[in-house]
Design a protein around this ligand. Structure first.
Ligand code: SAM
Length: 282
């Protein structure tokens, strides 16, 4: 199943990403696909209606979200067997903190052809802009509203060796920054706001610095909050290593003492063994 731009679309489900603020970010394939499908399933017909009007596309819109009934989903899946159906959300990539997961899962189980047309997603735009390590990241959606649940989620994520990416809203930003400062102390944080729009901004610092800044400049608009990976545990200095080795040598042979301290500190076992022999000889 491809969306070659010169061919009529085959039946199936077309997951179509749409802009997150800048209409210029719609892709050529997205336009052709939205023009070519029989039905567009969307979160809010008014929001998608505006996008289609801007693109000069007339299409049948059906409201669809994760609260849709099983019957509604199955009806849509039946349509996909004979006609091309697009799935869009209000903005960005469907299913990414947006509806569509159940529909895709059930369409897949039903053997319907599915393809996904890539486009903007705020999480990825923010990550690329933040300057935080991008080799590993964990997208964690929205933090819970309630303080205890939010702290529990942050505690669960604290040891994940990756940049954490959260979706946020302006009114909740101060609470989120306070909770991050408490649960993930010392970590680098970035606030990416109004991405792809006129007042796009990305600001980095500690949670406390950002909280202070946004207390003085109340944020508006849409926000992605990012937290850098856990800091490397500070390497123990030489005196600490000697203390650990001497304690281990009281009970073990040098090779065992070196292995034990290597496990504890992550330092090189061979170097520790050489030092253990030196200490033994002193
Ligand atoms: N599916 C969308 C995507 O792929 O990015 C996300 C939908 S989610 C319901 C909405 C959240 O995405 C907002 O609360 C905000 O955290 C983030 N977001 C969406 N557009 C954004 C933008 N232009 N700038 C910053 N964050 C944005």
């Amino acid at each position: 199943m491809t969306t070659r731009m010169d061919q009529a679309l085959g039946p199936g489900l077309y997951i179509v990403a749409t802009p997150i603020g800048n209409l210029g970010d719609i892709t050529l394939r997205a336009i052709e696909t939205l023009r070519g499908v029989s039905v567009i399933a969307c979160e809010d017909t008014r929001v998608t209606g505006k996008l289609l009007k801007h693109l000069g596309i007339k299409a049948r819109l059906i409201r669809h979200d994760d609260h849709a009934s099983e019957v509604d989903r199955q009806r849509l899946i039946e349509t996909m067997r004979t006609e091309p159906v697009a799935l869009v959300s209000d903005a960005g990539t469907p299913l990414i903190s947006d509806p569509g997961f159940r529909l895709v899962r059930e369409a897949r189980a039903a053997g319907v052809a599915i393809t996904s047309l890539p486009g903007p997603s705020a999480a990825v735009v923010a990550l690329t802009l933040s300057g935080l390590p991008s080799d590993r990241f964990l997208f964690a959606g929205f933090l819970p509203n309630k303080a205890k649940a939010r702290a529990d989620v942050l505690a669960e994520l604290a040891s994940v060796p990756a940049t954490l990416v959260f979706y946020e809203t302006a009114p909740r930003l101060d609470d989120a920054l306070a909770a991050i400062g408490e649960a993930l102390p010392g970590r680098e944080v970035a606030v990416a706001r109004e991405l792809t729009k006129r007042f796009e901004e990305c600001r980095a610092g500690s949670a406390a610095e950002l909280a202070e800044y946004y207390a003085a400049h109340p944020p508006k608009g849409e926000i992605v909050l990012l937290v850098g990976p856990p800091l490397e545990a500070a390497a123990p200095d030489e005196a600490d290593v000697d203390t650990l080795l001497l304690a281990a040598l009281a009970d073990f042979k040098p090779s065992q003492a070196a292995a034990s301290v290597a496990r504890e500190t992550g330092l090189d076992r061979k170097a520790l063994y050489a030092r253990a022999l030196e200490l033994r000889g002193q």
